[in-house]
Write a protein that binds this ligand. Structure first.
Ligand SMILES: C[S@@+](CC[C@H](N)C(=O)[O-])C[C@H]1O[C@@H](n2cnc3c(N)ncnc32)[C@H](O)[C@@H]1O
Length: 346
């Protein structure tokens, strides 16, 4: 009998599923460290060309999408300011934008009339393409990064801005989210190249959780630069979301890179109708406590909701799905703190 090769064994371990609103079979991510191994060992991102589709030194970036020639203005000088990254385009943004176009063309994705939000939009290409594909898009980023975003949205979507189909808002990850952003529910949350700093992964996920209802699908693309940051992201995300990796063969044929991964993430199934809630709460010194603060949070439990409170160096975030909620605490290094789980029925 023919012996099975290593690659065949690895293929057998991979489970293909359909997740969220995307009508496409994706590889289910079950174990973050296994996923990291697969991506780095098999895909070999370090061998692939960096900035394959972008030129971060140019002040204008042109790309054809949805029958338009989009002109994205860049601010290359931003890269000399520490921590400022949104002034130029990144490969994963181009790849996600072209994936949306390709998936809509192939009828695997429907964006017509859908309510969408882009996190960390930077120059705004992904949101612009989603708008051209018929979606109603809110572009978000840090307050001091919105000037360039406004210029790009005006330049490429002027007629959409007046009809309020495209709008821009500041949203810092982890901050309280204005309810009009997720009521009525969002259909899609998009993000590209936002998973690169381990310190802000909990805040980023707190915002993603807060924006999502069971009808929301998150599409997130990222460049494979740092395995430990991505592993941290997947570990925390798996607590609330199902995660699938979209295989490169499903991307736009001209926009593929071994350095990039695209994930689809709908909310997980929760505990199915159980109205229990697990609470963890800390005081400023990191000791667990039960207090008025907990009461305040429980009042908001009837809806899908995420909230963040800072107590000293500790951050607390809450998410809730069909009456089942988790309150997460992390220290200043973004590490989750476990202990004192309390189950409350309400
Ligand atoms: C590497 S850029 C990617 C920009 C764009 N999505 C793309 O793919 O070209 C990361 C983006 O995340 C935004 N960002 C970083 N930290 C953030 C935070 N704490 N809250 C909100 N946005 C943040 C940055 O301003 C920037 O626009």
């Amino acid at each position: 009998m023919k012996k099975k090769g290593k690659e065949e064994d690895e293929k057998e371990d991979e489970e293909e599923v359909i997740l969220g609103n995307l009508k496409l079979r994706v590889l289910l991510v079950r174990d973050p460290s296994e996923e990291i191994l697969l991506l780095w060992a098999l895909q070999q991102p370090a061998l692939a060309k960096q900035n394959q589709f972008v030129d971060q030194t140019a002040v204008r970036f042109h790309i054809d999408a949805c029958g338009y020639n989009l002109c994205i203005l860049q601010a290359p000088s931003c890269l000399s300011a520490s921590g400022v990254t949104g002034g130029v385009m990144w490969d994963s943004g181009v790849i996600l934008a072209k994936f949306l176009e390709h998936a809509v063309d192939a009828q695997l994705l429907h964006l017509q009339g859908k309510k969408c939000l882009e996190l960390g939009a930077g120059c705004g290409l992904v949101g612009c393409v989603a708008t051209l594909l018929g979606a109603q898009v809110v572009f978000t980023d840090l307050p001091d990064r919105l000037r360039l975003l406004h210029k790009n949205v005006n330049e490429n979507l002027s007629s959409f801005m007046t009809s309020n189909v495209a709008s821009i808002m500041d949203l810092k990850w982890g901050d309280e989210i204005p309810s009009n952003l997720f009521k009525p529910s969002l259909d899609y949350v998009f993000a590209s190249d936002v998973v690169y700093n381990e310190d802000v992964v909990p805040e980023l996920l707190s915002s993603i959780r807060g924006l999502c209802s069971p009808q929301t699908t998150v599409l997130i693309a990222g460049e494979l630069r740092n395995d430990s940051v991505l592993e941290r992201f997947l570990e925390l995300a798996l607590k609330d979301f199902q995660i699938g990796r979209i295989q490169e063969t499903s991307w736009h044929p001209s926009y593929r890179s071994q350095r990039v991964a695209i994930f689809v993430m709908p909310l997980g199934q929760g505990e199915g109708g159980d109205s229990s809630v697990i609470l963890y709460e800390l005081n400023e010194r990191g000791h667990y406590c039960g207090s008025d603060q907990m009461e305040i949070m429980l009042k908001n439990f009837s809806d899908y909701y995420a909230k963040r409170k800072i107590a000293g160096d500790f951050s607390v975030s809450l998410s809730c799905l069909r009456g089942h909620g988790h309150l997460y605490c992390s220290n200043q290094y973004g590490k989750m703190i476990h202990g004192w789980p309390k189950t409350i029925r309400f």
